[in-house]
Write a protein that binds this ligand. Sequence first.
Ligand code: GLY
Ligand code: MN
Ligand code: MN
Length: 434
Amino acid sequence: MSTTLFNLQLDHIAHLQRAYSDILVEHQLDSLAIYSGHTSDHFADDHAPPFQAYGHFMHWVGLADLQHSWLIIQPEKRPQLYLYAPADFWHLPTYLPEEPWVEAFDVHLFSDKIGSDIIPPALAGNAAVIGDIERLDTRTLKAERHPEQIVHALDELRLVKTPYEIACLREANRLAIAGHQAAQAAFIGASGELDVQLAYLGASRQRESNVPYQNIIGLNEHAGVLHYQHYDLTAPKHRYSLLVDAGRRFRGYCADITRTYAGPDAPVVFGELVNAMQDVKDELVRGVAPGVNFVTLHEQMHYHLGEVLVTHGLYKGTGEQAVEEGVTRAFCPHGLGHSLGLQVHDVAGLRHSDGTHAPAPKLHPALRLTRTLRPGMVVTIEPGLYFIAMLLDPLRSTSLPINWPLVDQLMPCGGIRIEDNVAVTESGFVNLTP
Ligand code: GLY
Ligand code: MN
Ligand code: MN
């Protein structure tokens, strides 16, 4: 790991110390305890699903897999990390990397699961606790649980990334792109979904339990299932399309990238649509700048989609009509993108800058980001165009000038999504996806 990244991380932690101090003082809190969380075994079993630490815990320590651990933050004091590290011959005991950031913490190792019996002595004065503590015995814990104003303020802090966080997101993207290249090669080699997935995991150097979200690897009509969740074991007879929406974590930070490919059996128009959606994505990325409202950018996506439908013969009216009649929404039911960070769908997307709730517009209920962009925010830009029977069929009985024979021809291709990760800068944007 480079010295530059380590130095950026120390600056990041110093920034958190200042910002947390301000937030705690403003809310008259002397101590804040942040619980990392833990997994629970499946019912009547002794195995648990993969774990991911609480985002506000990861914000400090950058490790996604620390369970049963606590952070105590107090204004103007060094952060206290209570690390669950049991003496255990079944597993490799928890250890921290030999990296400079560890020096910024007072680390206390514990071999019993840390509960309310151990944490309270460390919690001085007026205290609060955040994290997934529902399954802990916290009866003796004298602290306010999940004060909404504190969580909101910390979410707000997560929205704007430090240079360290942007460097991590960039590296996550670099690693993920190696996976995408291998996935494309596997598709050219006529692999099935599972083999594309294995090629992706191998080239992006990660095990499946560490992915930031379950990779979406859809061949043919599966490309039109927005969060397609299976991997077919065998390759299909015909290869019309492949959609790969797959990421990578780097020091906790997530890449979230989508690519779509036309296969050898696709109608020519599908390949043209993929290229057109690539252009739409590039155009929308160029629209990312401070002061731009993301809802407006999302609406611009629909006008671009309207033009694509008209240009490629799917709609025999004007692009504007396609938007106003709701046709583009039937071809793309999801939002243009979302905030990205320690969580793939990162926190504080649906808020005004004064902290009040800013819900998704009625016409676009799936939009996860309604904010005005600020330098340091990182967002995804992911326009899509799909052939989803459930959404398109209700339009068949209308007089809307949709080219149904062409829609039917494209149904086996499923759909298209192209997704990049973009940081907002002082003067515009930087695309983190190489
Ligand atoms: N991978 C889920 C999304 O793009 O939002
Ligand atoms: Mn995605
Ligand atoms: Mn996304």
